[in-house]
Design a protein around this ligand. Structure first.
Ligand SMILES: Cc1cc2nc3c(=O)[nH]c(=O)nc-3n(C[C@H](O)[C@H](O)[C@H](O)COP(=O)(O)OP(=O)(O)OC[C@H]3O[C@@H](n4cnc5c(N)ncnc54)[C@H](O)[C@@H]3O)c2cc1C
Length: 266
């Protein structure tokens, strides 16, 4: 579930290659993508995200993908032969260096399941990828303070938003991890209180962040809230904010970034 407004950028399909990859923290792999086609990417900051096409094998083709991943583009993708079409996943752009041009994407290494997480762990320089810019999910309404909530999959989004927020912004950011060593330095405005929470192995993803929002003594006025991460976290915080705190639905942007036990659709 999500109410993020997807914007299909004019840049269409952008092709790139892996330049470098490094372990940022124990469970976060940073993959740097580069190549001249990236000059066409408009850097939007905040939580700008992309549909990222990844190679399944040396047979994977990127030259026959649509320029947009709307309904038409998705249907076209499904008609492509399975043997040669890439895997598509959603990822946040962690950093853009337009002068080179390069982008960094931070992948949660969540084990051996799925495709993107294991791919990022193993990939070396030269691998081909493609991406379609989907814009930013963060779409604030005027509000006296901001509430940002995420698990580790939303850490790149929250870090980007904290980096790009006006410096006078106030509020709270809750970032739940499964390993405390996965914390990253965030360039948060001085008035935004960043709370790091670490769940235990027996706790469901999102449990601590959801509880922390329940227990938060809200500053005056209705905040703008941005809530992303495992589906139950995103839906649970939104429900709490709207039903129990009385926030207008327009004040809450939420997105289930992943679902326990369920692979992404493509
Ligand atoms: C707008 C948007 C931006 C996103 N940005 C990022 C980002 O910058 N970095 C990032 O790491 N993720 C991000 N995600 C989440 C990412 O798209 C999903 O985690 C995706 O499912 C990973 O694909 P996969 O091939 O590794 O696993 P899948 O094939 O989709 O799933 C396989 C199995 O792995 C499990 N799984 C998937 N993701 C996780 C996880 N994070 N933790 C634990 N188990 C998991 C599933 O429940 C399933 O059982 C974003 C999602 C959205 C919608």
């Amino acid at each position: 579930m999500s109410n993020i407004k997807v914007t299909h950028a004019d840049s269409g399909l952008i092709r790139a290659r892996v330049v470098h990859s490094e372990q940022v923290t124990p469970h976060m792999r940073r993959v740097t993508l580069g190549g001249p086609d990236l000059k066409r990417l408009t850097a939007r900051g905040f939580d700008q995200w992309v549909r990222l096409a990844l190679p399944k094998s040396s047979e994977t083709r990127f030259d026959n993908l649509a320029d947009s991943f709307g309904v038409k583009g998705y249907v076209r993708f499904l008609t492509l032969p399975k043997a040669t079409r890439p895997v598509i996943r959603n990822y946040t752009i962690r950093e853009v260096r337009p002068d080179l041009p390069e982008v960094d994407i931070d992948f949660v290494c969540h084990g051996d399941e799925g495709f993107a997480g294991p791919w990022a762990r193993e990939v070396g320089p030269g691998a081909e990828v493609a991406m379609i810019d989907q814009g930013c999910g963060w779409a604030p309404v005027p509000a006296p303070w901001q509430l940002l909530v995420a698990d580790e999959s939303g850490l790149p989004a929250i870090a980007g938003i904290l980096r790009d927020l006006p410096r006078e912004t106030t509020g709270h950011a809750f970032i739940e991890l499964f390993d405390d060593a996965d914390r990253q330095d965030c360039q948060a405005p001085a008035g935004v209180n960043v709370h790091w929470l670490t769940r235990q192995a027996h706790e469901d993803p999102g449990t601590l962040a959801l509880r922390a929002v329940h227990e938060l003594d809200f500053p005056d006025g209705a905040p703008y809230a941005f809530v992303v991460g495992e589906q139950a976290l995103a839906a649970g915080v939104r429900r709490h904010l709207v039903q129990e705190r009385g926030l207008p639905k327009t004040h809450v942007t939420f997105s289930g970034y992943w679902r326990r036990g369920k692979a992404s659709p493509s």
